[in-house]
Ligand binder design. Structure first.
Ligand code: F6R
Length: 262
């Protein structure tokens, strides 16, 4: 696992966007797994900036991690709306290449199985962007989620409902259920890119990177994946025991790269 410690949120966003842009440049038909929430906002902003300078999304295919159950795509707090506003409407992505779970589906099981099939049909996810909940969730895989789980309907914890309430004018409107890719679905992506910012995420980051693997903190499965990059800012990295080593690794890697160009 590669742990990149960014100076601050801006630096984190630039670094995360650079990893995604590298993927898109090397394979213009890349399949990107995308996330919503506060953390990726800066990453999307940076990708939009790169698009204005030529980064091409015309062949890119995307799959979002999750969507609230029973929230219409037009709802201001739906993840459909979030993605359109913050990313899709500002780049040259084809709407037919965009996939986000349908919160209004009348047959959840059928829809979820179809979502999984579509990911496979498109060749699988090349790089999956991930935020992390304070309880260590990935997507909406709350504590106790099976580490082999696939896309399904999930009940959100009280803590997650409270955290998400900041986006809703009436806290009672916060959905209690969401359709989310499973932990197993996430692990199938060829690369994982986790981003975490701020002191409130420090415990979850510490548990995920350095703690024992457990379904009680689903992000600990990152440790099982062969290609993970965690970009965390100073505040989120605060509790990492091996942060000096992670910084040293990045320095050595940069030196090796520089020498490779000589
Ligand atoms: C969103 C998602 C969630 C968030 C997590 C952190 O698509 O899958 O796992 O990444 O809840 O949210 P923020 O970034 O708002 O702290």
């Amino acid at each position: 696992m590669r742990v990149v410690i960014a100076r601050d949120y801006e630096d984190l966003s630039k670094k995360a966007a650079t990893f995604i842009a590298m993927e898109v440049r090397s394979r213009p038909e890349s399949v990107l797994g995308l996330a919503t929430g506060s953390t990726p906002l800066g990453t999307y902003k940076e990708l939009v900036r790169m698009h204005r300078k030529g980064l091409d999304f015309s062949r890119v295919v995307t799959f979002n991690l999750d969507e609230y159950y029973r929230l219409a795509p037009e709802h201001p707090q739906s993840y459909h709306n979030f993605m359109n506003e913050n990313f899709f409407n500002q780049v040259n992505i084809k709407k037919s290449n965009v996939h986000i779970p349908d919160g209004l589906t009348s047959d959840v099981d059928k829809f979820c199985a179809e979502y999984e099939r579509t990911i496979k049909q498109k060749g699988g996810i090349d790089i999956q962007l991930l935020g992390i909940g304070r309880d260590g969730h990935l997507g909406f895989n709350e504590p106790g989620s099976s580490l082999g789980s696939r896309t399904r309907l999930k009940t959100l914890t009280e803590e997650t409902v409270r955290d998400n309430a900041r986006f809703f004018s009436n806290p009672d409107d916060v959905p209690r259920l969401a359709i989310t890719m499973g932990v197993g679905t996430i692990l199938d992506a060829r690369k994982l890119l986790l981003i975490a910012s701020g002191g409130a995420k420090a415990e979850a980051v510490k548990a995920s990177i350095e703690g024992p693997i457990t379904s009680q903190v689903t992000a600990t499965v990152l440790q099982l994946h062969p290609h993970v990059i965690c970009v965390v800012d100073e505040a989120a990295a605060r509790l990492l025991s091996r942060r000096d080593y992670y910084t040293y690794v990045e320095k050595v890697a940069a030196t090796v790269q520089e020498n490779a160009h000589i």
